[in-house]
Design a protein around this ligand. Structure first.
Ligand SMILES: C[S@@+](CC[C@H](N)C(=O)[O-])C[C@H]1O[C@@H](n2cnc3c(N)ncnc32)[C@H](O)[C@@H]1O
Length: 236
């Protein structure tokens, strides 16, 4: 599964879509073994259907899983669902994959790639039951705003990849970015915010949606307000 081509992000144009992302280059590859739970996307990542075993009909993607707490919990809470975590920072993806490998569960995988681009060019129409985006980098500087995940260009990407009545779940502590998410998603004719779903999945507990994540734990400890949204893909 690991391509031989160079994986240095500096030479990988996929990682520069919308401007250079944050790769946390200081995060070193961990010593733990990621086994076959890590896929290095490189310049030509495999399509989603090549990564998901044929017996899984429910497929969900998390963009920017960091150290992987949500994917780990979700693979346990939802054994019939396949979870793909797409992480730009290889060190984080590798650490998360090592944890998943250690768990012995086979219904999840971590891929090093640019999540927005992957949804755009490696996922088939309506292939996903859900997309999770938790504490996406807010990129506060005006000149970096194009690097955010929730810019207007993400709407057709999400609307195509999600199946009818599939969900995009978002959590953020950043009030400005929360406003942008609400504006972008609220302007879409293909999506509707679903507050009942927000309450339902929160009540289900860890690994269903929103929780747990490392940033969530940190921000709860700091007493920050966390805003959570579930947007339902309206029928085509
Ligand atoms: C603030 S961290 C949040 C990590 C995790 N979701 C959590 O809540 O603990 C944002 C993560 O998203 C990753 N990231 C940012 N843009 C990305 C993109 N376009 N594709 C994939 N990962 C991305 C970063 O490398 C980082 O690990």
């Amino acid at each position: 599964m690991v391509p031989s081509e160079s994986l240095r992000h500096d030479h990988n144009p996929r990682m520069h879509q919308g401007g250079k992302l944050s790769f946390r280059s200081r995060v070193q590859d961990p010593d733990e073994d990621p086994g076959d739970r890590l896929v290095l996307g490189g310049k030509n990542p495999p399509a989603l259907r090549e990564l998901v075993p044929a017996d899984f009909r429910e497929v969900e993607i998390e963009i920017g899983p960091g150290k992987g707490a949500f994917v780990l919990a979700a693979t346990e809470a939802k054994p019939d669902t396949f979870l793909l975590g797409i992480e730009a920072a290889q060190g984080y993806a590798s650490l998360a994959a090592a944890r998943l490998h250690l768990s012995g569960r086979r219904n999840g995988l971590f891929l090093v790639d640019n999540g927005k681009l992957y949804l755009q060019d490696r996922v088939e129409d309506g292939e996903l039951a859900a997309v999770h985006v938790y504490f996406p980098d807010p990129w506060p500087k005006r000149r970096h705003a194009g690097r955010r995940f929730f810019t207007p260009d993400v709407l057709p990407v999400l609307a195509r990849a999600l199946r009818d009545s599939g969900y995009c779940y978002v959590a953020t502590d950043n009030a400005g970015y929360a406003g942008q998410v609400a504006r972008v998603m609220g302007s879409a004719t293909d999506f509707a915010r679903d507050e009942e779903e927000e309450a339902r999945v929160l009540a289900l507990g860890a690994g269903h949606a929103f929780s747990p994540t490392n940033f969530e734990r940190k921000y709860i400890e700091q007493g920050r307000v966390i805003r959570r949204y579930a947007f339902r893909r309206l029928p085509r």
